[in-house]
Design a protein around this ligand. Sequence first.
Ligand SMILES: Nc1ncnc2c1ncn2[C@@H]1O[C@H](COP(=O)(O)OP(=O)(O)OP(=O)(O)O)[C@@H](O)[C@H]1O
Ligand SMILES: [Mg+2]
Length: 1002
Amino acid sequence: MVGWILKKILGSKNQRELKRLMPIVHRTNEFDEQFKSLSDEALRAKTAIWKEELAQIPELEDQWNRLDEILPEAFAVVKNAARRLKDRQDTFTVCDQPMKWDMVHFDVQLLGGIVLHRGRIAEMATGEGKTLVATLPLYLNALTGRGVHLVTVNDYLARRDAEWMGRLYDFLGLTVGCIQHDQEPDFRREQYAMDITYGTNSEFGFDYLRDNGMATTREQQVQRGYYYAIVDEVDSILIDEARTPLIISGPATISTHQYDKWKPLIEQLVRKQNMLCNRLASEALEKFEQGDVETGGRLMFKVKLGQPRNKQLLRMMEDPDKRRAVDKAELSFYQDTRKEELFALKEELFFTIDEKSNESDLSEQGRNFLNPDDPNAFVLPDLINEFTEIDLDPSLSQEEKDKRKAERQQHCDAQAERIHNISQLLRAYCLFEKDVQYVIEENKVVIVDEFTGRKMPGRRWSDGLHQAVEAKEGVQIDRETQTLATITIQNYFRLYQKLAGMTGTAETEAAEFHDIYKLDVNVIPTNRPVARKDHNDRIYKTRREKYSAVINEIRDCHTREQPVLVGTVSVEASELLSRMLKREKIPHNVLNAKFHMQEAEIVSRAGQPGTVTISTNMAGRGTDIKLGASVADRGGLFVIGTERHEARRIDRQLRGRCARQGDPGSSRFYVSFEDDLMRNFGAADRMTRIMERFGLEEGQELEHRWLNKSVETAQKRVEQRNYLIRKRTLDFDDVMNMQREVVYTYRNETIESEEPRPLIYEVIDEAVPAKVQEYLTAERDEEPNYTGFLNWVNTTFPLGLTKEKAQFETRSVDENAQFLIGKIKDAYERKSSHEEPSAVKSLERYIILNAIDRLWQEHLYAMDALREGVYLRGYAQKDPLIEYKTEAYDMFVELMANIKNEVLHNLFRSTSNLQAFENFLATLPQFLLREHAPAAPTANAPARGRQLQPVGAMAAVAGDGDGAGEMTLDLPVRRSMPKVGRNEPCPCGSGKKYKNCCGRVA
Ligand SMILES: Nc1ncnc2c1ncn2[C@@H]1O[C@H](COP(=O)(O)OP(=O)(O)OP(=O)(O)O)[C@@H](O)[C@H]1O
Ligand SMILES: [Mg+2]
C-alpha cells in the first residue's frame, strides 16, 4: 500500500516535471514549421551565428542562460535538418555499411533532449532512439565552442554513433570526432578539438590520467576541458563499471607480498578442509536418514561455514526438510546466548568463510597447521594494551619506551601483512572460481565482470586479491607494477561542469544517481504504447530442472519459428546452454560481449524468424533488433532470462530488448532455488515453506506473482548492499580525489606557466621558513639547532655560509628566514644568468614536475598500503574510513612538504646545459671547486626522454664569492650513510621512517 502511494506521488512528480517541459516542445515544433521555408544554407547559417554570439560571452553561467533561451530554436534547427536528410534519401556509410537517414525527432525525443540539456538522466526504453535524442543537447551545447563529449560503452558504439549522427552534425556545420582505443596522441588531440567528441568512458578516463599525471608539456596533453558530457547506458557506466577504478600502472619499486610463499600451505589447508566438509556432509546425510534432523542440520550448517560451495551441501539444500533444518541451526546459532557454541563450532573447522561478505577467518586448528611453532603468528597483537603496559613500566626510560613501542608496531605490521596474505589466498581458493569470476588468458588472470560477463583485461582486483588469485593459478604474480595514476569512474565524471545520462533503466537506481552524482532521473514516456507481455517467473528446485525447462521452451519457439533471445548472467552459463542446445541440434548464436562489432551484427538479426540468440547481458547492448517478416504474427521476439540478476535493472534491460517501438513481444524469467541470488539472499525460510506446501516433484515448476515479489525482495536486498559497497569505495576514493585535485592542479599550473620562476620562488618562500622553524624554534629547554641548520643550508644551497658569516643567533626565526631567502634567490639568479633563458624555464618546470611525479607515485604506493592496513585495523574496532582519512591527511601534508623540499634540493643540482654550468662554476672560488665539487658535473640521462640535463650530484659551491676565504665548513656532497628507502625504518633505530628522521637532512 505504502509502495503504491509512494509510486503515485513519485509518478506524478515525474509527470508534473514533464508537463512543465511540454510548452518548450511545442515552441520547438513551431520553429520547425517556420524553418521549413528556409534554404539549406540559411538553416546551416544559424550555427555560425550562434557560435559567434556565444563566443562573445565570457562567463559560463551567462552562456548557459543564453543556451536556455535559444533551446527551442536550436532544437528545431536540428529536427529540421533531420527531416531534410530524410527527404534526400542519399546513402552514406556507418561502420562500413551503407545507410540511409530515416529519422525525424519525435516529441518524446525532444522531451528527452531537454532533460539531457538540463543535466539530468533521461530514462527512455530501449529502442526509443536515444542515439538521436542526444544530437539535440549535443548540438546546443557545442555552440559554446567548449567541446562536448558523448560517452558510450564500447569502441564500436562510439564509432557507429559518431559516423551515424555525424551525418546530421555535418549538415549543420559542426565537426565531430571519435576516440578509439588504438589512436596516437596527435590524432586524439584532433578528435578532442572537434565540436563534439564520441568515445568510451575508459578512453576518456585514461586520457585524463595521462594528461594530468604523465604529460610534461602542454603539447603532450590531448583533452581540452570537461564541460558537458552525456553518458549513454548511464547505469552501466556509472554504476556497474564504477566498482573497479581506472588504473595506469608502472614498474613497482617495492614489493612485500608473500603469496607464493604461503600458497602450498594454503592449498593443503583448503584440501584438508574440503575433505573434512565432505565427511561432515556424509555424516549429515546419515543423521537425516536416521531421523536425527537436528544433528543433521547442525552438521550441514558447519559445512556451510567451512565450504559454502560444497557439492553435497548444495544438493541437500534442494530438499525442503533438510534446508529447513539448516536454516534452523543457523538461526539458533546466531542467537546471542549461543555465541560460545558458535565459536566452538567454528573451531572445529580449519577456517570459516562467508560467501556473502567475502570474508574468511582462521581457527586455532588452521593457525596451528600453518605454523605449528607459533600459532600466534596469525593473531594481531593488542597494541593498545601493549603500549599502555610499556608506558606504565617505571624501569624504562622514555627512549627505551619509544624504541619498544616502535618494535611492537613493526611486529604488528608484519603480522597484519601475513594475516592479510593468508585471508586473500583463502578467498582466492574458496570463493573465486576460474571461468566464473575470472579466466586465464596468456598466462594472466583476467577479471570477468559479474554484471556483464565481459572480460576486463588490464583491470586488477585491489588489495592483493589479484596477486592471490595469480598465485593460486600458478601464473606470473604481477608484483612488478604499482599505481602511477588512478581515478574512479565516479570521480572522472564529477569533473564535468554539466553531466547528463540516458538509459533504458535508471529508475531503480535513482537514489544512487542523486546522492552520488547529483543526477535526477526523468522517465520519458515511450513514443508508442509498450505491447510487451511480461510473464510470471517460473521457479524450479534445481538448476538442472530449470535449464531443461529453458531448453524445452527454446525448442517450442524454434519449432514455431518465433525468434528467442536468451539472456544469461555469465559466460559460463551461456556456454552451458550452448552445449545443451547443440545436443538438441538447435542452431543458435552465442554472444559474450567480446567482439562488439560482429556481435552487434548478430544481435541486429536476432529478430528474424526462428533464430535463437544466447547473450550475456551486455552483449550487443545498444544495437537495434528489427523484427523479421511475419514475426509479429508469431508474438514478436521472446526474451528468456535464465536467472534473475542481482540487480533488477539488468533484468529490465534484458526484457526491454523485445517489443521496441510498439512491436509485439514477451518475456519470462526462469529461476531455481540453487541460483546464487536465491541461496544467499532469498527469504530462505519462506521459500522452504512454499516448496513444502506445494511438494515440488522433480521437474515441477512454481509460478505465481507472489513469488515474483519474493525474488524482487532478494534483489532489493542485494542492490542495497552493492550500493553500500560502491559508496564505501567512493568514500575512500574521495580522500584520494581531493589530493589528486591539488596535485594535478599544481602540476598543470607548472606545465602551463609561461614564467615558472614565481613558482620556484613560491617554493622557496614556503619551504625555507618551515625549515628554519624546524631547526631554530627551540622546544622547551632545548637549544636551537644552529649547527644542524647551517649544515642543512650548506648541503642544499651553494651559499658557502660559515657560522661567523651566518650569525643566525643574532636574528629571530623570521628574520633568519628572510635573510636566507634573500641569499638563496640571489644565488639562484646568478646561477640562471649563465644559462639560456628559455632553457632555464624548461628546467624550472622540470624540477617541479620531477619532484611532484616521483613523490606522488611514492605517495600512491603508500596510500595503497594504508588502505590495506586500515582494513586490518577494523579488527580493533576502529572505523577504517576515519583512520584512513586522518592518516591520509597527515601523509598528504608530508607529501606537499617533501615536494617543496625536493625542489629546493634540486635547484642547484640541475642545469639546462653543461657548458653553462661550468661557466657558473668558473665564477666561483677556485679552491672550493677543487675541494668539494664533484670532479665534473655529469649529465644524467634525463628521465623519460626529457631534454634537460639534471646534474648528478650537487656542485657544492659558494655563491658569495667574497666570503670564500672564510670557508671552514665541510660540505658533505656525498651521502655518508648507505642508501635507505625513504619509507623504510631509519637505520639509526629511532623507529621512525627514514624520511622523517635522519633522512630529512640528506
Ligand atoms: N525519430 C525516429 N524516427 C524513426 N526511427 C527512429 C527514430 N528514432 C529512432 N529510430 C530508430 O529506432 C531504432 C533504435 O534507436 P537507438 O538504437 O538509438 O535506440 P536506443 O534508445 O539507443 O536503444 P538501446 O537502449 O537499445 O540503446 C533505430 O533503428 C532508429 O533508426
Ligand atoms: Mg542506444
